[in-house]
Design a protein. Sequence first.
Length: 264
Amino acid sequence: MRRYWLESDAFRTNQKQKLEDPDSMLGAEVLIEGDSLHHIRDVCRQTVGDKFEVLFAGSAYFVEVVSEKKRELLAIVRDVRKITPLPYPRIRVALAIPRFNVLEDVLEKLVELGVETVQPLFSDNSFIRTATDTWAAKESRFQKIIQSATQQCGRGEKMTLEPALKLGEFIEAVAINPSGPIAGLFAYEVGTVPVRELGASIAAKKPEAVWIFVGGEGGFSESEVLRFKEKGLEAATLGAQVLRVETACVALVSVLKYELDLMR
């Protein structure tokens, strides 16, 4: 079944229908227009009589298209189901910005793997090291990739893409404590602890969330590694081979999900 993510302003409700109470939404109208109309009608060929799911804020609304105009489709909610939320601990990835085409691939895979948040970082070796107009112009495309991947895999929550920050600034601000509710580790080609071993150690402490720090194509600099260690983070290794950014992200999240029992 096709699934599409729509924002709250697409839903037309009466006094008894509230988005905070999905079960009350039976019979509510869903107005599809703008970019969503182009994708749903013009690209995916959905029209009057067709049925699909609309994803929003943890619920899937099964809708039927009942009318079509030049600039809109009108659908009616026929059924609602609750989507299982992301389990705890939540996985978050802080990623030194790689080349943009690589970042696009990584974002798609992290959505599918159930990552809660991605924090882009300007680092010593990142593809871009400061905020630029080029980065700002790309952000809307990154959000579209996240939305598309959300629809494809049927998540009930969008992965959050945070505003890009300098690595040092983020390290100072993030509340990581190896023994506290927010744990963390960083990937390093000369790391001494296998990521599986670190994952098991983290799992035993039952944190609410885990931050994974991944370098860009140039990896982390020695000064950045020192800052991680000062923060109490351990360097994780994935073996003798140096992995591409996209491979490292998928491998780290997958191993950590296994050790945290998040693949159930």
